[in-house]
Each structure stands twice: as C-alpha cells, then as structure tokens.
Write a protein that binds this ligand. Sequence first.
Ligand SMILES: CC(C)(COP(=O)(O)OP(=O)(O)OC[C@H]1O[C@@H](n2cnc3c(N)ncnc32)[C@H](O)[C@@H]1OP(=O)(O)O)[C@@H](O)C(=O)NCCC(=O)NCCS
Length: 199
Amino acid sequence: MLITIRPAVEQDVDAIVEMVNRFAAQNIMLPRSEESVRRTLADWLVAVAFDPITGTERVAGFGSLVALSETLVEIRSLAIHEEFQGQGIGSMLVPALVEMARERDFEQVCALTLRPSFFTRLGFEIVDRWSISPKVWQACIYCAKFHRCDEVAVLMPLVARPAKEEIKAPAWNGLLRYDAWQPLKLAYQRKVDEPAKVR
Ligand SMILES: CC(C)(COP(=O)(O)OP(=O)(O)OC[C@H]1O[C@@H](n2cnc3c(N)ncnc32)[C@H](O)[C@@H]1OP(=O)(O)O)[C@@H](O)C(=O)NCCC(=O)NCCS
C-alpha cells in the first residue's frame, strides 16, 4: 500500500464529509457540512492509499487548517479511516499540515485533541486551553460535549522564540556587570537584595 499526501480536490469531498460526520456521531470530532468542506477545500490535505494489486485509490485520512488569527492556525478535522489507523499515516499528515501552516506564514499551530500524546510525539506542547484564541471555541457550540469538554489544547511555535536580547555594558561604564542597563531596577534590586545589616 502506497500512501501519498496531497491537497484535497473536489472528488475527495464526499469521502471527507462522510468520515468526519461518522466520527462526529461518535463524539470524537466536530461535524463539518459539505458546504464548509467545499468552501475551504484549499485548506485540506488528504492521505491517499494506492493499492497496487487493484490499481485503486482510497482516501485514508485528511486534516484541515483553520486560521484563528493572522498568526495562529488550528489543525482541525484530522481523521484517519479506521482501517488505516495505527500505521503512521496521521504521523505523516500532521507534519504536512504543519509545513502548510509554515508556508502560509503562520507563527503558531494548535489543535484540540483527545490524543495529546499523539501530538506531543510530533513536537507539540500541551498548553492551557484557555490561553488559545477564543476563536478556537467558536465551533464548540456545535459540540455535544460543550459543557463537559475533555479536549486538550496543544501548540507548536513555527518561528524561533526571540532570544533574550544581549545588551552589552556601555563602554563608558566598565564596572557595570549586569546584562542590561536598568538603573532604576538596579537601585531597587540592591536595596532588596542587600542583607539586613545587624549591628
Ligand atoms: C488520532 C488519529 C488521527 C491518529 O492517526 P493514526 O494514523 O492512527 O496515527 P499514527 O499511526 O501515526 O500513530 C498512532 C499510534 O500508532 C503508533 N504507530 C505509528 N506508526 C505505526 C505503525 N507503522 N504501526 C503501528 N503503530 C504505529 C504510534 O506510536 C501512535 O501511538 P500514540 O497513540 O502514542 O500516538 C487517528 O487515530 C484518528 O483519526 N482517530 C479518530 C479520529 C480522531 O480522534 N480525530 C481527532 C484527532 S485530533
């Protein structure tokens, strides 16, 4: 079986809608309408399984990107068909979606998941779900588990975190040993840090 990851096309819509809504009926993902899949088709990747014996192709899985802000994007509607689960296809699809997010200049990619270990193995970190944009919760009103949400938020930065700016001691003050020139803070720190003088 040969697996290929490629952008979704019109012919994939029925398979995507059928599988998303089958998993949605089991309360493990949110439903998507056919109209919403068609409208956002450019934001979907599918994993296609090619069977060399029969010469046929099947949609084995897929996932989509949903922009939550100019910098943050969510991986949503990630699913692998039951017959293909546990064979590493999800682990191919997620990095491909991350790459797509990077190419689209997003700075962070997040997901809400019942399988946080699947995402942390792929380089995501678990974060406080309320720290993610409130937009991520807009779709949740359609969820049967709205009042007892058990999903975990995971996040991956796509740009390097800015390193602490290195500020050199100004040449005119060779005695300054601190990494930043902050006279007020230094004055305050000296007072606080100084051990109380015992007479
Ligand atoms: C969650 C889901 C997307 C994972 O996709 P998948 O293709 O089954 O994932 P992988 O096969 O890459 O990895 C799944 C597990 O199988 C193991 N695995 C990976 N490659 C494997 C292989 N070749 N053979 C056997 N197991 C393998 C991994 O270690 C992983 O273990 P984990 O549970 O610790 O993460 C998929 O199971 C799914 O669609 N579930 C139902 C829908 C759903 O829950 N969607 C929401 C996801 S946010």
